[in-house]
Write a protein of this length. Structure first.
Length: 596
């Protein structure tokens, strides 16, 4: 059972009064450790909009390690939090070596002709003998750091330098370290050739295929991309130049256009005119949430995972619904425009996972959505307003809106046209009759996860449930749902069609003060084109919805969904890509069903 420190009980973490008490204890604890920092936090909360953005960022970054320590103490996992920080710090030599030795020396000082007679096998054997342990990129980085501090190691450094140059530039070297980070440098981007392909013209037309190194075998409907590990996430965090220090964090605030002329005329221009556009005329406005990306990367690089997640959660509390394989507006507007951008979505999702994988990690993330001391404007939910809001649609827009409405002090009821399957009451705090019951804390987030091959569609999540495919871990939907459903200010009802089962007049008669429409992607799409409804033609969104909701992808399902190859997909957006990949994955399943 979870036993909290600071005289708090678990159930208090889900009550506003308890969160206020928690915040008071944090401020007192911070006061005891650093009175000037506690005073700075109190002053910033009193008038947050008066703070200079750079000063605000500096304050939040300074607070982050304190938050790590406090949360570790609160949940009695201080050792696990320190161990996670130690894992981050242990990898630091890797990124220092990459920047200072590999990129600035091996990539520039060793000419191709110098590698003509280079024997990488002999070099690796020599390096391993000097290391005194098996070869790894981290071992290489530590050894180089040690040798650079000793003048007598010039011969060893020379071998290491040539090995690094070989690993960077020679195809065999790049293949040898394909899955590492040390010997990879950001490549220059060509907007017209973003994905390297091989072209086949033997059939009389151009057919494009990915190179072998980019191809992956797929069988079934398990998660297709688990994302990066801690090494990869920290590689991106160190690649980021933390440009919030210069006020140029375009990934967050957009890549600004240098406008000329009268300031009044500039102010009158449409918002899009203030941002640069990509070669494809996409406005580079950055993260729609203005997430503190540069700041969380700096804190992540320092080893403070909880603080980094708290920085993300200020502007993006529903972070499981964003990140890897979901959104990349931030990457498009990254300050690196001529080379490969920072993979922000991957580092964001890895930061979330690092916290979730701690003991009581789900409870820590859940707590940060209600109490976040780094959120100067709303560290705890506001006092109850007495207003009730009906949110129509429980997809990404609906569940995010519901969260913010509750933190603003309102009571929320959410409805969705899909049937929402109940979760066990000991997890959700709601029994089969919709009554509130006690729920247990979750120590191991893995207890919530299911294989996506076997997962039953629960109905919650809108397009995230029936539209997005297995490129994204749909177990995150259960995490988001529990964050909402456990709160006493929230209730949800599936199988309710707004305008049919429930009308606007009905809602107001029930006592709702406002109705928020977040039904978005559920609307059927019919294309106005000849033969658009002919046999064998279907809209991509309809195909994905049918595949997901009917369970057709499961071997034991008898859902009637047929596809024939070849499939032609018209369009090149995410829906089109998902349709292409899922068609290829579903076809063998369909054939096997017929054979059985």
């Amino acid at each position: 059972m979870l036993s909290l420190a600071h005289g708090l009980r678990f159930e208090q973490l889900y009550q506003r009064e308890g969160l206020c008490a928690l915040d008071a204890r944090f401020l007192a604890w911070l006061e005891a450790g650093s009175a000037p920092l506690a005073q700075a936090l109190r002053a910033a909360r009193e008038c947050p909009d008066a703070l200079d953005p750079a000063a605000e960022a500096a304050l939040l970054i300074e607070l982050s390690p304190w938050l790590d320590e406090f949360v570790g103490e609160l949940f009695d996992i201080a050792d696990a939090v320190r161990a996670l920080t130690a894992r981050h710090n242990a990898l630091a030599p890797l990124y220092e070596c990459k920047r200072q030795f590999v990129q600035r020396q091996a990539a520039t000082k060793v000419k191709p002709e110098a590698l003509a007679g280079f024997d990488p096998v002999a070099a690796e054997h020599a390096l391993v003998e000097w290391f005194g342990e098996p070869f790894s990129e981290l071992t290489f980085a530590r050894a180089v750091a040690s040798w650079q501090n000793e003048r007598t190691m010039a011969d060893r450094l020379a071998v290491a330098l040539h090995y690094a140059a070989w690993a960077l530039t020679i195809p065999a070297g790049r293949a040898r370290h394909l899955h590492g980070v040390l010997f990879k440098t950001p490549h220059r981007t060509d907007p017209l050739h973003l994905v390297p392909v091989e072209t086949d013209t033997t059939a009389g037309y151009n057919a494009f295929t990915l190179g072998a190194e980019h191809q992956r075998h797929r069988e079934g409907f398990a998660l297709t991309d688990p994302g990066t590990d801690l090494v990869g996430a920290l590689d991106q965090a160190h690649y980021c130049i933390w440009c919030h220090h210069q006020g140029k964090d375009s990934c967050s605030k957009g890549l600004k256009e240098k406008l000329k002329g009268d300031p009044a005329e500039q102010a009158a221009l449409p918002a899009a005119a203030h941002y640069k556009k990509s070669p494809f005329k996409v406005t580079l406005a950055g993260c729609p949430l203005e997430e503190r990306i540069s700041e969380f990367h700096e804190v992540k690089a320092q080893g403070h995972a909880i603080g980094a997640l708290a920085l993300i959660a200020i502007d993006n509390p529903m972070v499981p619904a964003t990140g890897h394989r979901i959104c990349n507006d931030c990457m498009k507007a990254c300050i690196y425009q001529k080379t490969e951008p920072v993979n922000i979505p991957e580092s964001e999702t890895r930061t979330l996972k690092d916290v979730l994988e701690l003991p009581w990690g789900f409870e820590i993330y859940s707590l940060l959505t209600r109490w976040n001391p780094l959120d100067l404007r709303r560290p705890v939910p506001k006092t109850p307003s007495g207003r009730r809001v009906l949110v129509v649609g429980l997809g990404p827009a609906g569940f995010t809106l519901a969260h913010h409405l509750m933190n603003d002090g309102h009571v929320v009821a959410g409805i969705d046209g899909l049937k929402i399957e109940p979760l066990p009451s000991e997890l959700s705090g709601v029994d089969g009759h919709g009554r509130r019951v006690p729920f247990r804390p979750i120590r191991d987030v893995q207890d919530l996860y299911e294989s996506l091959d076997e997962r039953v569609m629960a109905g919650f999540g809108g397009v995230a449930e029936y539209g997005i495919t297995v490129r994204w871990n749909k177990n995150f939907l259960k995490i988001i749902r529990l964050v909402l459903e456990r709160r006493t200010e929230f209730a949800m009802f599936g199988g309710v069609r707004f305008g049919g089962t429930l009308t606007a007049d009905d809602a107001f008669a029930m006592g709702f003060d406002h109705i928020a429409l977040a039904a978005g992607a559920g609307r059927p799409t019919v294309l106005d084109m000849p033969n658009g409804l002919a046999r064998g033609v279907r809209t991509a969104s309809d195909f994905l919805m049918g595949l997901q909701l009917t369970g057709a992808a499961k071997p034991d399902s008898i859902a009637n969904m047929q596809v024939r190859l070849p499939v032609v997909v018209i369009g090149g957006g995410l829906t089109a890509v998902d349709t292409a990949t899922e068609s290829l994955a579903y076809y063998p399943v369909q054939v096997e069903k017929f054979l059985v």
